[in-house]
Design a protein around this ligand. Structure first.
Ligand code: SF4
Length: 457
C-alpha cells in the first residue's frame, strides 16, 4: 500500500481531525506555563555556567514585519520604522550581555554554540547593516565555531541578492522561505501577495550563493485553497527541488490575533478537504523522492534531516525538527522560548514590557515550567513517537500506562500496530500522528482551548 493510499473511513477522519494540538515544540506550551521568577532563571543560568560541557543553542526572535499576513499566528509588530529595529537590537544586545555574563562568568563570548536560529516576525526585514550588527553581537557574546549551524527564516518579498550574499558571508547556511501557496486567489485571501517568479528568483539566488539547506514552508487548509490550486503550488515547488519542505496545516488562532477574523471561515476548506490536501502533498513529495519526516516535513535524502531520521538521530525542539539537539536552548528577544536545566521558558512577549525589563537590567523571562520526572518521561515518549513513529513499551511502562493503553486502542482503527515490545504507527496512522501524540500530552486540555482549527469558530 502506498503511503498516500492508506485509507480510513470518513467517520474516523471526522472524529479525529482537529483533535490534535500543534506540536510546535515537544514541551508543555510555554504560554500555558506559570509566571516565573527571574531569580529562578538566574539560578538556572548559573547552573548552566557550572556545566561547561553541556551544549547550547540560541533562538533569537525578531518581532517585526512590513505587513500582517491574515493567517499569521506569530508574535510580531508591523512597523516601517528602522530606528525602532535599531532600538530593539540595542536591547537585544543588553539581553545577550546579561545572559552571556551569567553562563560564562565574564561574558567574553567563550561559550560554544551548537545552533543559532533567527525567527520572527521577519528576521530579513532587518537591513543589511542590522543583520551584520546582530551577527556581530552574537559573535561578541558567544562563541560561534566552525560547526555552529546558523539558520534564518526569510520572507522572499524582503530578500535580495545583496542580502542573501551577506547572510551567506556572515555564516548562515540554512535558510527557510515562507511560500505558503502560489495561487493568486489564495494569496489575496490571506493578504500575502508573492509571485511564482519571485519565489523562483529568490530560490535560485540562494542556490547559486551556496546555502547548504533551503527550506520552503507551505500551508494547507487556507481559504479558497482547492486541490487544483494546491497541486499547481506543489508542482512548482517540486520543479525547484528545495532540500526541505514543511507543510503545515492552517490553524485559526483568533485569540492571538484579531486580524485572523479577516479570513472568511466560509472560504476555508472542510476538515475532509484539508485532510485530502495534506494527503496529496504526502503523495507527491514522497513520489518525488522526499522522505516524510515526522508530522509535516519532507526532506531530500541528501538533507541532514533525512539522514538523521534514517539513523534514529532525529529530535524535535522549539525550533522544529533537528539533528543537533542541545542540552540547553536559550531564547533571546520578546516572546522567545527556550529550555534550560529542564525548565521550559518564555520571555515577556509584549515588546514594550520586554524592552523595559531588559533596559532596567532585569532578565525578561515571563513564564516557565519546570519539568517534573513525569513531564520528562512524557516529553521523551512524545519526542520518540513524533520522530520515530513508534513508542517502545519500556518508555511508557510504570508511568504512562494509561496513555499507552489509549494509544493501543487505536489498533482497532488501524492507526497503530501493537507489538510485544511497543507500538508502531501504521501508514494510515501517520496522517493522524498529531492526534496520536495528543493522547500522550497532559497539557492538551489547556491547549485545545487556545488552538482553533478550521471551522471551529
Ligand atoms: S511575514 Fe511571517 S511573521 Fe510576518 S505577518 Fe506574515 S506570516 Fe506573520
Amino acid at each position: 500500500m502506498s503511503t498516500a493510499s492508506a485509507h480510513l473511513s470518513p467517520d474516523l477522519v471526522q472524529r479525529l481531525t482537529g483533535r490534535g494540538r500543534r506540536f510546535d515544540a515537544v514541551q508543555p506550551p510555554a504560554l500555558g506555563a506559570h509566571e516565573y521568577d527571574p531569580a529562578e532563571y538566574a539560578r538556572a543560568l548559573a547552573q548552566v555556567a557550572a556545566q561547561p560541557a553541556d551544549t547550547l543553542s540560541l533562538y533569537v526572535h525578531i518581532p517585526f514585519c512590513a505587513g500582517r499576513c491574515l493567517y499569521c499566528g506569530c508574535n510580531t509588530t508591523v512597523t516601517h520604522d528602522s530606528a525602532r529595529m535599531d532600538a530593539y537590537l540595542d536591547t537585544l544586545d543588553r539581553e545577550m550581555a546579561m545572559i552571556a555574563a551569567r553562563i560564562d562568568g565574564d561574558g567574553d563570548g567563550n561559550r560554544d554554540l551548537l545552533q543559532v536560529h533567527l525567527a520572527g516576525g521577519t528576521p530579513n526585514y532587518l537591513s543589511e547593516a542590522q543583520l551584520s550588527r546582530l551577527t556581530e553581537m552574537l559573535e561578541r557574546r558567544f562563541h560561534i565555531v566552525a560547526d555552529t549551524e546558523l539558520s534564518i527564516e526569510c520572507d522572499p518579498r524582503r530578500a535580495s541578492a545583496g542580502q542573501l550574499e551577506l547572510l551567506h558571508a556572515l555564516g548562515y547556511r540554512t535558510i527557510s522561505f515562507g511560500v505558503q501557496d502560489l495561487d493568486p486567489d489564495v494569496q489575496r485571501a490571506i493578504g500575502r501577495i508573492q509571485s511564482e517568479e519571485l519565489i523562483r528568483d529568490v530560490y535560485w539566488l540562494a542556490r547559486e550563493i551556496g546555502f547548504d539547506s533551503i527550506n520552503f514552508d507551505l500551508i494547507y487548509g487556507l481559504p479558497l485553497q482547492t486541490e487544483a490550486a494546491f497541486t499547481r503550488t506543489i508542482e512548482a515547488v517540486l520543479e525547484l527541488s528545495p532540500d526541505r519542505v514543511a507543510c503545515f496545516g492552517y490553524a485559526r488562532q483568533t485569540l492571538d490575533g484579531a486580524h485572523q477574523y479577516a479570513i472568511d471561515v466560509h472560504e476555508l476548506p472542510t476538515n475532509a478537504e484539508r485532510e485530502h490536501l495534506f494527503r496529496y502533498a504526502v503523495s507527491r513529495f514522497t513520489e518525488a523522492g522526499y522522505r516524510w519526516i515526522g508530522l509535516d516535513t519532507f526532506a531530500l535524502e541528501t538533507d541532514d534531516l533525512a539522514q538523521a531520521q534514517a539513523e534514529g538521530r532525529l529530535h524535535r525542539n522549539c525550533i522544529g525538527y533537528t539533528s543537533m539537539p542541545s542540552t540547553h536552548l536559550i531564547g533571546l528577544g520578546a516572546g522567545a522560548v527556550g529550555e534550560i536545566m529542564g525548565t521550559c521558558l518564555q520571555n515577556q512577549p509584549d515588546l514594550a514590557l520586554w524592552q523595559q525589563r531588559v533596559d532596567a537590567g532585569r532578565l525578561a523571562v515571563d513564564r516557565g515550567h519546570k519539568l517534573s520526572d513525569l513531564d520528562r518521561r512524557r516529553r521523551d515518549a512524545l519526542s520518540h513517537l513524533i520522530c520515530n513513529l513508534e513508542l517502545p513499551l519500556a518508555m511508557a511502562s510504570g508511568c504512562l500506562d494509561d496513555e499507552y493503553k489509549r494509544l493501543a486502542a487505536y489498533a482497532g482503527d488501524g492507526l497503530v500496530d501493537v507489538l510485544p515490545d511497543g507500538l508502531r504507527v501504521t501508514e494510515a496512522g501517520r496522517f493522524f500522528l498529531r492526534e496520536l501524540c495528543t493522547e500522550q500530552d497532559a497539557y492538551f486540555h489547556w491547549d485545545r482551548a487556545r488552538w482553533h482549527f478550521s471551522h471551529s469558530d
